[in-house]
Design a protein around this ligand. Sequence first.
Ligand code: PMP
Length: 296
Amino acid sequence: MTIYLNGQYLPLEEAKVSVLDRGFIFGDGVYEVIPVYSRRAFRPVAHMQRLQHSLDGIRLANPLGMDEWTAIFERLIAGCDSEDQYLYLHITRGVAPRDHPFPVPPVTPTVFVMANPLGQPPASVFERGVAAITAPDYRWLRCDIKAISLLPNVLLRQMAVDADASETVLIRAESLTGDTPATEGGFLTEGSASNIFVVNNETLLAPPKDHLMLPGITYDVILEIAAANGIRCEIRKIPVAEVFAADELLLTSSTREVQAITHLDGKPIGSAVPGPMFKKIHPLYQAFKRNVMRAK
Ligand code: PMP
């Protein structure tokens, strides 16, 4: 497998980064994941705008112009075996003696890009839905930045794995101290690696895109699909009680697309099977993907 690292195309095994890279030392960097269907990047402009937002959030200039990014994507996509893939972009503040402040003068950022095959989840995921657990959202207050420092997300996701579930739904305590038990107050932010929608009374509820969640590209697609198909939507703060009382829960991400959460903390959500909203939105999402690819 060939990857891109700092201006070079290299076999993965030969790609090396200094131990003094600020990504390694401080998690000082950002990343982006772009799905590729039929060898075409899906919503590349929105993904690159979000990357720019993340870079602005950590005060790092974009090291490459759009033409350079596009050339890298084209070469890596052509070199990957699979028709459906995802591009992984990773930028750090570069290599410098270990010291917290930004290096003066600035050093060259580290840029790493790879294309990986994107597998489809097993059919059972769409037929039966998935289980999730809840946990207090103890992350920082800039979750809108797609930062490579993912330790909280890793720990929160592992809680789901340990509970035989496939995602952790995060509940932010009103006080923001992070220690309120998930079931005793607070409001929905997102999943450990996905956005979460609540369905109640045939209405799709979504938390607002603010500093407490990652502005998902799939989240935007779902809201566009809902608007185009007469599905009622409300974007607002969602108290935890509404999450547990939901008729349906949906999770969305670029790699998982749309999935129904049918159990939360071991309790059934609605009738514990993918519900009517999922059954409406899932095919619309698949059609949307195919239409976008055809239109190109
Ligand atoms: N929130 C978090 C914390 C994520 O890691 C992700 C996906 N990586 C998402 C939401 C979903 O974003 P997108 O739809 O752009 O993949």
